[in-house]
Structures are given as C-alpha cells and as structure tokens.
Design a protein around this ligand. Sequence first.
Ligand SMILES: Cc1cc2nc3c(=O)[nH]c(=O)nc-3n(C[C@H](O)[C@H](O)[C@H](O)COP(=O)(O)O)c2cc1C
Length: 397
Amino acid sequence: MQKTVVLGVTGCVAIYKACEVLRGLQKAGVRVKVVMTKNATEFIQPAMFRALMREPVAVGLFDDAPGDPIHHISLAKEADLFLVAPCTANVMAKLAHGIADDLLTTTALATTAPIAIAPAMNVNMYDHVATQENMQTLKARGVRFIDAGEGYLACGDVGRGRLAEPDDIVAAAIEMLEVTHDLAGKHVLVTAGPTVEPIDPARYISNRSSGKTGFAIARAALNRGAKVTLVTGPVALGDVEGADMARVTTALQMRDAVDAAFDDADIAVFSAAVCDARPSNPSKRKLKKGADDEALMHIELTENPDILATMAGRKRPEQVVVGFAAETENVVANARAKLERKHADMIVGNLVGEGRGFATDENEVVFVYADRERRLPLMNKDDLAHAILDEALEKLE
Ligand SMILES: Cc1cc2nc3c(=O)[nH]c(=O)nc-3n(C[C@H](O)[C@H](O)[C@H](O)COP(=O)(O)O)c2cc1C
C-alpha cells in the first residue's frame, strides 16, 4: 500500500528545500500532503506546493477542506509519517510542549504516526538552552531528528542549525516508513548512563556518561516491536515511553536491577558507564574540610561488581550480550581484550574525550568481535542504535 507522509513546512529561509524533499519522496513512490504554518506562507506561496503535489495545501485550522470538517484529524490519521522539514525553533518548542494553536501543530498532536524533524535555524537559536531542552524532550519521546552537521547558514553565521540535505531527509523518511517490527516478541535489556557512588551525602564519584546512547537503543528497540527494560543511572533524560524503566544510582543497585531482568532478555546491551569502584565507607554526614581531612584525602575504594562480565558469564547460548568500551586510545585492542575477558558477543568500541562520545549526539564506533572488526562512519546516536540492534539480531537468528 502506498505510504503517506504529512510534510509540515514552517517559516524559515530553508523552506525552498522543502520542495526538493517533496519531490524526492514522490520519486520514491510516497504520497505527500503538505501542511504549512501561516508564517511559512510569508516565504513561499501554497501554490508552489500545490503545483508539485497536485493536491490542496493545508494551512488554516479553520479553513474549509472539501468534504472534511475536521481536517487536522483526517490528516493525522492519513499520516504514516509526520515529517517537519524545515522545522523552526518555534514549531519545535510548540511540539515539545504540546501546544496546538495552528493546523500543523494540532495535527502533530493528533497523530499517532512517528514524527521526524529536520531543524533549520541560526546557530544561536539552535544552541539556545531552550531549543536544546526542547530537542531533548522530543528525542526522549521518540521523535527522530534529521540534523545537518555544521555549515554556512543563510544568515552568514557558521555553525549548527543548517537544514540537512534534502536527499538525507528523504532517505531518513523512507527508512522510517520501512521500519519493520523485526524485534517483536523479543525482550531487549539496556543499561545506560553513569553510576553515582557516594563519598558522603554531598560528594560522589561518577563519570561523564549522558545516557543518550542507551536511551536511543531503548527507543529504537521499542520502535522495532521489542519489549524493553531500561536500567539507567542518574541522567537528565525523561522516561522512554513504553519501556520498563528502572532508575538507579549506584553500581550495586544497577547490578540488582539487571540481575532481575537478565534471564528473560534475548538481547542485553550494556552501555552504562559503571564506576569501577566505590568509596568503601561512605559517610552518613558531610565530611568537613579540616576536621575530616584524613577521610577526605584518602578515600578508600572497593571494587564494584563487573555487571557485564557477571551477566555474560551466565548467559544462555541463545542470548546475545553487547558491551561497550569507551577508550581514549587503542580502541580496537582494548575492546578486544574486554570482549575476551568478559565473554560478550560483541563490544562497541568508541573513542571518548576531546568532545567525542560522552554527552554528544553523534558517535563514531567500531564493532569488535573475537575474529574481526567493523568500523562505522560518524553517525547520530539514533542511527547507531539501529546498527547495534541489527548486529545483535543477526547474532540471535
Ligand atoms: C527572513 C527570516 C528568516 C527566518 N529564518 C528562520 C529560521 O531559519 N529558523 C527559525 O527557526 N526561524 C526563522 N525565522 C523566524 C521565524 O519565521 C519565526 O520564529 C516565526 O514565528 C516562525 O513561525 P512558524 O514556526 O509558525 O512557521 C526567520 C524569520 C525571518 C523574517
């Protein structure tokens, strides 16, 4: 059956590229229905899209659509994918907060189809904490972002915020339309984030893991039909809707939550950055500089349980265990040593530090096996999540 993309078009300079996106989708055999914001019509007349689509263009919430009194609901139901390209900072903010004050945003709220966003804006608008928080909110809800790298912007600035190339937007949309439920009936266990090991009620030992990769894997597995358990350390990310969430703090708590879910899991992906050690005797009261210098300057540590090694050591032959190795050097050699030491099926090795890996939205990794390795290009964490699940599924079958 022919798939339908509802293409949301918003008010920004990159709007001319929406015509190419529309044409690209049509060439791929997709039916496209365009919804414009009122401000978008300040940049391009609806007639342009009407000519390319040979269908009416929807703009006003209260316009009379022929034979269709509640246009936002019919559009919402028709969509196999709701794609906003280009998406302004304004529409992104509205979508993040459930605001529905025009046809585009009301349709977005009414649809149950997957949503993809290709942002386009000035670098300062893109980097603004409000925009970044809105993006995180939407990502946590499973909205897919199709981002360009850095580049020259229409305003003359250089940086993030440039609309992705139309070909890349079309390719991502097609991929989303074709997503199969190839993990239906499978249970995927994912660990994410750092662990936090208290020294006293105020101080702790932890690391820079943001949890973004693990959360992306959980979302991708859910989209592919899996039952998902997500065990996460403290992170600034909202719950993954549909996943069985276990929020923990310490490595010992993470071990217990993983222990409870592991035997039932078909695939277990250990992306959490578990602290190797914890303070042996965390103080119940805040240690005082001066009076408690001895305790503060000589923190005795106890090794934490190795969750990956413990679980992989007891895995059944039909279970697949994937580990992560974040390294600052010799990624492949270190990842292979970890694979052998911990009896995992695969290690995802990645270079971290100097702006790479932790807390970024992109990553460049290498899949390391006992007898071979596969290098992947730099990709966003959503694409990486699917690549990891593809690999795990292949091992499972
Ligand atoms: C010439 C011009 C270019 C603009 N370019 C952008 C842009 O690239 N990205 C963006 O988020 N807003 C841009 N804006 C601001 C938006 O048009 C403005 O926030 C508007 O309220 C967006 O409306 P909409 O989100 O309902 O389409 C631009 C405004 C003008 C006048």
